[in-house]
Design a protein around this ligand. Structure first.
Ligand code: ADP
Ligand code: MG
Ligand code: MG
Length: 366
């Protein structure tokens, strides 16, 4: 454990930062990495963010950091003035490395973006618009970067075809004897499977272009300023080749749900169509003229796909006896799964309205 400043300072002093740091405190609501904010006593210099990378999840830390280095440089050097955006700035180690290794832990440092905040829950359609505009700019600025030069940090992360195979194996094994209790969810997952595999099947056939995607476009992975304007897309660990539907879909999944991820009262789970419209108009403002028709055509179900992937993963973990996600009580994964699958149901039910909004926002206005 590295709680005290003494231990943390041993680590941050290996990095090539400016100024003088006297204070380090745990920061943020991330679920994956351990994050510290480092306060600079020299007001003319930035604060910093020190992160211990979750090496259990990310097996190839050097490859991941190399990806982040490449895409952040590309964004910084972009000439697309209209869509220009800040990016994370890596602080290298004294030895010029993108991270340091201390025993079994990997550490890295970024400049801290002052005057920003990240929202775990989107409050207004306008916030959804601003965050989505930033995510859209991120994709746009990387649209001329060669995606195939990036490492696949988490191979097949969003491959629902493979996720369903794991799910079916878990149903058959039924190690905890839980399959009976969740029968209705199993039936629902199976009834949706064909439709939910469509995007992935098109990707595998090469019918949807491979892009540089973020792959974890949860709404708290974009920083907004004090006026709620988008500043910077963060949490770039999962940047790798993918399809636009992963990013648009996860943004929709996390910004339109009115309930908590583990809400037990499903009547509180609502797909908020106004936030959907806000997110969609922001995202398409930055991307409508670079996306191909086939990409736009499948945006409508992509929110359902990303909710479905999460619903299937939670349900699989419940069937396997809670081996992956941290749980607070025995039903936790089952509760989480029900919320996601309810969101899938609602998004599919509202496809007509969803497609109308996408068509309206996607039309190129000259
Ligand atoms: P995790 O993978 O654990 O979600 P993140 O990289 O998203 O880790 O960081 C956790 C939180 O720290 C973010 O949600 C955000 O609030 C904050 N954060 C991350 N990077 C920065 C930064 N460069 N400047 C300011 N805040 C940041
Ligand atoms: Mg994060
Ligand atoms: Mg992360």
């Amino acid at each position: 454990k590295t709680d005290g400043l003494a231990n943390v300072s041993e680590i941050f002093n290996q990095f090539d930062f400016e100024g003088d740091i006297q204070k380090a405190r745990p920061f943020g609501n991330g679920h994956i990495n351990d994050t510290y904010r480092l306060e600079n006593t020299d007001q003319t210099k930035p604060d910093y963010l020190l992160q211990r990378v979750n090496h259990q999840v990310f097996k190839d830390v050097p490859g991941m950091m190399d990806n982040i280095w490449k895409v952040t440089n590309h964004i910084s050097n972009s000439k697309q003035a209209d869509f220009k955006q800040e990016t994370l700035n890596i602080v290298k180690s004294h030895g010029g490395q993108l991270f340091t290794k201390q025993e079994d832990n990997y550490w890295r440092m970024f400049e801290f973006k002052k005057g920003t905040k990240s929202y775990d829950v989107v409050e207004t359609p306008e916030q959804a618009f601003q965050g989505a505009l930033a995510f859209g700019c991120f994709m746009r600025l990387l649209s001329d970067f060669p995606a195939d030069t990036l490492v696949h940090t988490l191979p097949e992360f969003h491959n629902i075809i493979l996720r369903l195979q794991t799910f079916e194996a878990a149903v058959v094994a039924d190690e905890k004897g839980r399959a009976g209790e969740v029968r209705s969810a199993i039936d629902f997952v199976r009834s949706m499977a064909e439709q939910m595999c469509e995007i992935e099947a098109l990707r595998i056939k090469g019918k949807i272009p491979l892009r540089v995607t973020h792959n974890d476009t949860k709404f708290n992975n974009v920083l907004l300023d004090e006026h709620d304007k988008g500043v910077c897309v963060i949490d770039l660990d999962t940047v790798m080749p993918g399809v636009v539907h992963y990013d648009f879909g996860d943004g929709i999944r996390t910004s339109t749900n009115t309930a908590e991820e583990d809400e037990t009262d499903l009547s509180l789970v609502h797909f908020d169509i106004d936030k959907f419209e806000g997110f969609t108009s922001g995202y398409l403002e930055a991307t409508r003229d670079i996306l191909m028709p086939v990409e736009i055509e499948y945006l409508g179900i992509s929110g359902a796909l990303l909710a479905y992937i999460m619903g299937v993963r939670f349900l699989t973990d419940y069937l396997q006896g809670d081996v992956y996600y941290k749980i607070k009580h025995p039903q936790h994964n089952w509760d989480r799964s029900k919320v996601q699958l309810e969101l899938v149901r609602q998004i599919m039910e509202q496809q007509l309205d969803i497609k109308k909004i996408i068509a309206k926002q996607a039309s190129i206005i000259l």
